[in-house]
Write a protein that binds this ligand. Structure first.
Ligand code: AHR
Length: 510
């Protein structure tokens, strides 16, 4: 057993908790849409064909925003195919995932689903095979109230009210050679800037996201962001970042430390964006939209290869997530929240079945994967402002990142309600850590609830046969004593401590 000490203080504010931090992602990939959120034949389907059991889990998960319709899929997508009478919609080959797309579900269905799920839509545009014209048409179809052909068409399609989409991604991963219409940074930067200007001619208040690198290992990482932002700095609000992690062999220690990479990724993109801003003497700051992040067993998917025979909605990347995966997801969320000064939006990729937190079976149930729980805990409990704890913790030796702190943590505090929440993971795969949190800067702290997710078997997962094999439990022994929160964090564990506290009267206000 080793020991760690945290010091949290209401004065150590990073920034407000950003509601868009708890986004997710629905792509036309595998069974995320068809057989996931949309399954008219399922017994729980509502009048729109949406699975009610999935909608209920999405609300429980606490998702605030959903990115749609891709991903790699969007780079070959014609949005017009997915609107209008269902029986007149085109059936197309989807070259990204080598499947057949029926277009039975499209833009208006997604907007209806988003309203029912109570999430903000974040729409991605195709800047792979398409350009300015199609982008402004899509905006007009979505957002113009009426009196034009495209807005009239939307009304004819059953949606008289404009969708009012504020947040738009200018393409997806266009630095990736796998992407339909992949571009050099200069080509993409130019196109993204031209599209952004055109969109702003309709509505200057839109929030626009330029594509950053597909991951931090891309050979063009850093220079891509710099070149794209040289072109787009004045006309976009955010630059995207994407990252997926998986355990390699038995190296669970490195895997549990994956957030070290995300942490550096964020710092690198912020530094690059600020460098471009400094050269322009700009007071504007470009934020990050971390609009794809998760654990993804992508090496296995690649080894299996693409589906054969152009099937409709085949099973792709339906990973059974383990306890270790849940701990990593918790740690990645902690990292995102800790950077809420510059990460303005984030989407866990994806929502259902494909790389999803929720799994479904046709003619069967929907259930929560292990990774559902840390997301639900943070999305539902993080309120007010983000506090950066001072951490004094032992280190764990990792092959990939060297020595890393065993404890990864962040706290949030809502002064109005007194809700103070400490989220922590123990990244040590084999040693428990005794945690002491100093609450000296708070008044009358009480522990309202403490939750633990851990297991003797880090490979334990929830399956159809055993959907509740891994569930959070009350934290054994957690208590507040003499102004300190004390708990023992088991190896490879996810921990949440919900306290009620006041700011000490002699502490400075915000
Ligand atoms: O989320 C799965 C895929 O990962 C997305 O389509 C793509 O943008 C990324 O490479």
């Amino acid at each position: 057993m080793t020991a760690a000490r945290l010091h949290i203080d209401p004065a150590f504010v990073v920034g407000p908790v950003r509601p868009r931090m708890f986004g997710s992602f629905v792509e036309h990939m595998g069974r995320c849409v068809y057989g996931g959120i949309y399954d008219p034949g399922h017994e729980s389907a509502d009048e729109d064909g949406f699975r009610a059991d999935v909608l209920e889990l999405v609300r429980e998960l606490g998702v605030t925003m959903v990115r749609y319709p891709g991903g790699n899929f969007v780079s070959g997508y014609r949005w017009e195919d997915g609107v209008g009478p269902a029986d007149e919609r085109a059936t197309r080959l989807d070259l990204a995932w080598r499947t057949t797309e029926t277009n039975a579900f499209g833009l208006n269905e997604f907007m209806r689903w988003a309203r029912k799920a109570d999430v903000e839509p974040m729409m991605a545009m195709n800047l792979g095979t398409r350009g300015v014209h199609e982008a402004v048409d899509l905006l007009e179809y979505c957002n113009h109230p009426g009196g034009t052909t495209l807005s009239g068409l939307r009304a004819e399609h059953g949606t008289a009210e404009p969708h009012g989409v504020r947040l738009w991604c200018l393409g997806n991963e266009l630095d990736g050679p796998w992407q339909l219409g992949a571009k050099t940074a200069a080509e993409y930067g130019r196109l993204a800037a031209t599209v952004a200007r055109a969109l702003r001619q309709y509505d200057p208040d839109l929030e626009l996201v330029a594509c950053g690198s597909s991951n931090r290992q891309m050979p063009t990482f850093g220079s891509w962001e710099a070149t794209v932002l040289e072109e787009t700095y004045d006309v976009v609000d955010m630059i995207s970042a994407h990252a997926y992690y998986e355990v390699v062999g038995d190296d669970v220690a490195s895997f549990l430390a994956s957030s070290v990479d995300m942490d550096r990724f964020i710092d690198d993109v912020v530094a690059t964006a600020d460098h471009v801003g400094a050269k322009r003497s700009s007071t504007k700051r470009i934020d990050i939209s971390f609009d794809e992040w998760n654990v993804w067993y992508n090496a296995e998917r690649k080894a299996r290869g693409f589906p054969v025979g152009w099937p409709q909605a085949p099973r792709i990347s339906e990973d059974d997530y383990t306890v270790a995966d849940a701990v990593v997801v918790g740690s990645l969320l902690i990292t995102l929240v800790r950077h809420s000064d510059r990460v303005a939006a984030a989407c866990q990729a994806q929502l259902v079945n494909t790389i999803g937190s929720i799994r479904t079976e046709p003619e069967g149930p929907a259930w929560r994967q292990t990774i559902f729980y840390p997301f639900a805990h943070v999305a539902n409990a993080a309120k007010g402002v983000v506090l950066s704890p001072q951490v004094d913790a032992p280190t764990v030796e990792t092959a990939r990142y060297g020595p890393v702190l065993a404890i990864d943590t962040v706290a949030t505090f809502d002064e109005a309600t007194g809700d103070l929440t400490v989220f922590a993971v123990n990244r040590d795969p084999s040693q428990a850590v005794d945690l002491d949190v100093s609450l000296a800067a708070f008044d009358g702290a009480t522990l309202e609830r403490a939750v633990l997710l851990a297991d003797d078997d880090w490979r334990a997962a929830n399956t159809r046969q055993d959907p509740e094999r891994v569930v959070p439990v009350a934290h054994p022994g957690a208590q507040v004593v003499d102004g300190e929160l004390r708990a023992s964090l088991p190896p490879a564990s996810w921990n949440v401590f919900s306290l009620r506290a006041g700011r000490r009267a002699d502490q400075p206000g915000d």
